[in-house]
Design a protein around this ligand. Structure first.
Ligand code: ADP
Ligand code: SR1
Ligand code: MG
Length: 422
């Protein structure tokens, strides 16, 4: 089928041709269709049977422009091809953590998938202060499973290069990341967000800090050149749909082979952005305590599960039996995980800055109406970004990272919290 943009009027006949969708919605039934895309790039429709709303699907379609800007910003709809391929692969690797696919159509840039009806976007839950008991455990497990099993430790060489080939041309979205995470926030750029006190801080302390900029550029170099594993590559709290007992990962259109630490750093950064926002949203630090514990758990679970998968793995592109003695292998593993940890902290620092001064902010903070209040939190994020980017290769353990974060936030909490009571 040649490409056309679907809308509420054309959707019923399109869906009526898809057997797996008809299985769920039935044939010729009246449908309630709601466009819910609250993301930045695409259109997402919730489609329910009018007389039986539990029979429902979600349809996502990419349009040939960037939704958050409009047709003035052309963007190839090929991104859906990579979302389809990413979700297909994740359905094999981690089926409990991703929606089932009912129909995938690369020509139409369409994906019809499981409607996550009892789940909400994690960011929305975290803004309200909801505790999700499984989140750190689930995210850490998802990361270890997907990253290890697509790495040169978890795959044979030729099979892996063929898999890489299926994601190499996700070029436009990689370029978006290169620019909107690693470049524009570091300079005066028309796309950046503006809030006067935050702008002033960014001008004086970020964009003129040569060491900070050079270190971000080094991390950008890693993003561009390292092909450790298949990344989700846009793993933030808006890409997770959750309830008390389940965690689902959505929106893998940025998928490409990149550095291990990118996904881990990005999701931890989103937890820290939430932490900062709760100086405003909460009256005390109890929810922040939960956030920090879960953020640290993401790394702890990732590391333990990654090493467990490695222990079970036979020969791979990277290692074959007999190459290393036991003590050599132990040392290789130690260095390997330390490198990932350092990169994770660096990418976390980059994410904090881009979500603060770049075009795509986080609702946790951007939706606070008082600009002065917002800028206090934004400056806190920029200070933390500087700390993490400048120190990322000197923090050698999760305990040291946690201690550093606690000291950072403790030193600011009286001032940031006093506004609530004051
Ligand atoms: P974008 O790529 O434009 O960012 P997303 O994939 O993030 O789009 O989807 C946008 C919104 O659509 C999500 O924030 C969520 O509210 C909703 N959504 C997406 N996939 C599903 C799903 N499988 N079930 C329920 N809601 C979904
Ligand atoms: C123009 S940048 C838009 C951002 O939204 C997506 O979710 C990605 O994070 C991207 O960087
Ligand atoms: Mg998206």
């Amino acid at each position: 089928m040649s490409y056309s943009i679907l809308d509420r009027a054309s959707l019923p006949s399109y869906l009526g041709e898809l057997p797996d969708v008809v299985n769920i919605l039935g044939e010729g039934a009246e449908l309630d269709i709601e466009e819910v895309g609250d993301g930045n790039l695409n259109y997402v429709y919730k489609v329910r049977r009018a007389d039986d709303p539990e029979r429902a699907i979600v349809l996502k379609q990419a349009v040939p422009y960037l939704r958050m800007v409009g047709e003035a910003w052309p963007l190839s709809r090929q991104r859906m091809t990579f979302e389809i391929r990413g979700l297909q692969l994740y359905n094999q690797l981690v089926p409990d953590f991703v929606p089932r696919i009912y129909h995938a159509d690369e020509d139409m840039s369409v994906l019809a998938m499981q409607f996550l009806d009892s789940h909400i976007i994690l960011r929305h839950g975290m803004i309200k202060g909801v505790v999700y008991p499984r989140i750190g455990q689930d995210v850490g497990t998802f990361l270890a499973e997907t990253l290890f099993k697509t790495s040169a430790l978890g795959m044979e060489s030729i099979e892996r290069r063929r898999l890489m080939d299926r994601f190499t041309l996700n070029d436009e979205l990689c370029k978006l990341t290169e620019e909107f995470i690693f470049t524009f926030p570091l300079m005066e750029h028309e796309s950046n967000y503006s809030n006067s006190a935050t702008d002033e801080f960014a001008r004086r302390h970020l964009r003129t800090d040569t060491e900070y900029k050079l270190r971000v550029l080094k991390l950008k170099e890693l993003f561009i050149t390292k092909t450790d594993a298949l990344l989700h590559a846009d793993l933030h709290t808006g890409s997770l749909m959750v309830n008390e007992s389940e965690t689902y990962v959505i929106d893998m259109e940025f998928a490409y082979f990149g550095p291990f630490g990118f996904d881990i750093g990005k999701i931890i950064a989103n937890f820290l952005l939430s932490y900062t926002s709760h100086f405003h949203h909460s009256d005390d630090d109890s929810y922040q305590e939960w956030i920090l514990t879960e953020a640290m758990k993401i790394w702890r679970v990732f590391e333990a599960r990654f090493l467990a998968l490695w222990a079970e793995q036979g020969d791979s592109a990277m290692l074959i039996d007999g190459l290393l003695a036991d003590d050599e292998l132990a040392e290789y593993k130690r260095r390997f995980l330390l490198d990932i940890f350092h990169d994770t902290i660096g990418f976390c620092g980059c994410s904090l800055a881009r979500r603060t001064v770049g075009i795509a902010g986080v609702a946790d903070i951007r939706d606070i109406p008082d600009a002065q209040r917002r800028s206090e939190l934004e400056i806190t994020n920029l200070e933390l970004s500087k700390l993490l980017v400048l120190q990322h290769d000197k923090i050698d353990s999760i305990e040291d990272l946690e201690a550093m974060l606690r000291a950072f936030y403790d030193s600011r909490s009286t001032k940031l919290r006093s506004h609530i009571s004051g």
